[in-house]
Design a protein around this ligand. Structure first.
Ligand code: TYD
Ligand code: MG
Length: 448
C-alpha cells in the first residue's frame, strides 16, 4: 500500500500537486483542500477483464419498467424506472426533493422493502412529513445514517429493492479520510452506492445539493457515474415545480414532469400546458405563447415582456427564467434589423411559471414580446411563436417542429409564426403556418 496526497478543488474537482489559493480551472478562491489517496500496489486489472464481443452478437436485455407512482414522471423517464438505475435529483433547498422521494418510496414499498437513508433530517422529522402526506407503507424503512458502508449493510440485511440517499453531500465512507461533502467523499460514496445497486439490480435515488451558481455541488463525476440526472426547478414561493431530465441512459433527455405542491405533498400536473397558460390574459400587450420543448413532449408557456422608458441613464435589463446575455443580443438585433429601439428603455422578461428557458427556439418569442410591449400592440389572437434568431436578423430552423405543432393544435391555437426553413419538414398540420425569414417580417406579421 502506498499513500499519496493530492490537492483537490472542492468546487470542480481539479487536482493539484501543491496547495493553491485560487483554482485555475473554475476560478473559485479557497476551495483547494488536501486529500489523502491510498493506492494498493497489487492491483492487477487484467485478470478481471472480459473479452471484446461483436456488437451484433450482444444480446439485448429486456428492460422491465417499474412505475414511480407518478404517470407523468414515468413517461419522462422513458416508461418508468429500470432495475439498477441510479438517478441523481438536484434542486434548491426546499423545492421538494425529499417530499417527492418520500412519496415515490411509499409507492415502491407496497410489496417490497425500501430504505430511505437520511443524513439531513431526523426520523421523527420525516415521520411528521410522512403523516401529513398519508405515507403508510409497512415496508418503508427510515435509516438515520450518513455512513454509506452501513447503509449498504442494512440494504443487504433487509433485502431492499430500492435505496434513497438524502443527500449525497451528507454521506461518507470509512475508506476515505476527508470530511463529508468533500469531493473525494462525495465521489467515493457515490461509487460505492452505484456499484452496490448495479450489482444487485436495485434502482436508487440520490439527492444532490446545488451550489450558488445553480449547478450540482461536488465533483462533475457525480453526473457521469449515475444513469440519470433530474433537476427540480420552479420558484420556491410558487406552487408549481418542474422536474427536468437532463441526462438519461434509459430514455430521452429534455423531458419534464410538472408537479404542484399541495398540503399533502406533490401532485402531478397532467395537463401542463393548460396549467401554464391558465392565467394568461387574452390580447395582452407583451405576451407571447411559446411551445417549449427540449425533449419529445412540449408544453405551452407564456413569455412576457415589459418595456418602459428608462428612469436612469443606464437602462435596466432584467430577466426571470431567461438568460440576460441572450437578451442583450436579441435587443441588439431588434435595434439593428427589426427597427425596435430600446436603448432608452428598461426591458424586463418573465417566463411565466418559474421555468428556465434556454433553448434557442425561444429567441423569436422573446423578441416579439419585446416588440409588442414597445409598440403597445398585442400579438394576434391564437398565435404561437418560435424560432432562433441569428445576428443578421435571420430566423433559423429549430428542432422538434411536429410535436410543437401537435401541442398547439390540442390547445386550439390557429397560427404559428416559425422559421420558413422549418416548414419543409412538416407533413401535416391543422395550423396556419406563417414562415418567416427575417425578424422585421416576423414583427410585421405577428403584430398586425
Ligand atoms: P422538501 O421536500 O423538504 O425540500 P428539499 O428536500 O428539496 O429541500 O420541501 C419542503 C417544502 O415543501 C417545505 O417548504 C414545505 C413544503 N411542503 C408543502 O407545502 N406540503 C407538503 O405536503 C410538504 C410535505 C411540504
Ligand atoms: Mg430535503
Amino acid at each position: 500500500m502506498k499513500e499519496k496526497t493530492t490537492f483537490v478543488c472542492q468546487n470542480c474537482g481539479q487536482t493539484y500537486v501543491k496547495w493553491v489559493g485560487k483554482c485555475s480551472s473554475c476560478g473559485e478562491w479557497n476551495t483547494v483542500v488536501e486529500e489523502k489517496i491510498v493506492i494498493s500496489k497489487s492491483s492487477n486489472m487484467l485478470k478481471s477483464l472480459e473479452k471484446p464481443i461483436k456488437i451484433i452478437e450482444i444480446e439485448q436485455e429486456h428492460l422491465e419498467r417499474i412505475s414511480t407512482g407518478y404517470n407523468t414522471l414515468d413517461m419522462a423517464l422513458g416508461g418508468g424506472l429500470v432495475k439498477g438505475q441510479t438517478i441523481l435529483i438536484s434542486g434548491e433547498p426546499g423545492i421538494g426533493k425529499s417530499t417527492l422521494l418520500l412519496k415515490i418510496a411509499n409507492h415502491l414499498s407496497k410489496h417490497q422493502n425500501i430504505i430511505y437513508a437520511s443524513g439531513e433530517e431526523s426520523a421523527s422529522q420525516i415521520s411528521v412529513r410522512a403523516k401529513r402526506m398519508g405515507v403508510d407503507s409497512e415496508n418503508l424503512f427510515i435509516l438515520n445514517s450518513t455512513d454509506v458502508d452501513y447503509i449498504i449493510e442494512c440494504a443487504k440485511e433487509y433485502n431492499t429493492r430500492c435505496i434513497i440517499i438524502d443527500s449525497i453531500q451528507t454521506m461518507m465512507t470509512r475508506t476515505i479520510e476527508s470530511s463529508p461533502g468533500s469531493v473525494a467523499q462525495v465521489r467515493e460514496s457515490t461509487f460505492k452506492i452505484v456499484e452496490f445497486c448495479k450489482s444487485n439490480m436495485i434502482p436508487c435515488f440520490i439527492v444532490g445539493h446545488i451550489n450558488k451558481e445553480g449547478v450540482i455541488a461536488g465533483p462533475k463525476v457525480l453526473e457521469h457515474i449515475v444513469d440519470s440526472v433530474c433537476q427540480f426547478e420552479g420558484e420556491r414561493y410558487n406552487l408549481y415545480r418542474v422536474l427536468m431530465i437532463l441526462k438519461n441512459r434509459y430514455g430521452a433527455t429534455g423531458e419534464m414532469a410538472v408537479f404542484k405542491m399541495e398540503n399533502n405533498g406533490l401532485e402531478e400536473v397532467v395537463e401542463a400546458s393548460a396549467f401554464f397558460l391558465s392565467e394568461r390574459r387574452k390580447n395582452a400587450v407583451g405576451s407571447v405563447i411559446f411551445p417549449y420543448t427540449e425533449g419529445t413532449k412540449p408544453i405551452l408557456i407564456e413569455i412576457q415582456s415589459l418595456v418602459l422608458k428608462a428612469l436612469y441613464t443606464t437602462p435596466q435589463r432584467k430577466a426571470q427564467g431567461f438568460d440576460v446575455n441572450r437578451l442583450a443580443i436579441i435587443l441588439g438585433v431588434l435595434e439593428k434589423e427589426g427597427k425596435i429601439f430600446t436603448r432608452d428603455s428598461d426591458v424586463y422578461i418573465n417566463v411565466v411559471g418559474g421555468l428556465n428557458v434556454s433553448e434557442p427556439a425561444s429567441d423569436l418569442a422573446v423578441a416579439i414580446a419585446i416588440a409588442s410591449s414597445k409598440k403597445e400592440k398585442p400579438v394576434q389572437e391564437n398565435m404561437a411563436i418560435f424560432g432562433e434568431i441569428g445576428l443578421g436578423g435571420e430566423i433559423r430552423a429549430v428542432h422538434h417542429i411536429e410535436p410543437r405543432l401537435k401541442e398547439l393544435e390540442r390547445f386550439d391555437i390557429k397560427y404559428a409564426v416559425l422559421p420558413k426553413s422549418s416548414i419543409q419538414d412538416i407533413k401535416s398540420t391543422k395550423l396556419e403556418l406563417i414562415g418567416v425569414e427575417h425578424i422585421l417580417e416576423a414583427i410585421d406579421l405577428a403584430l398586425r
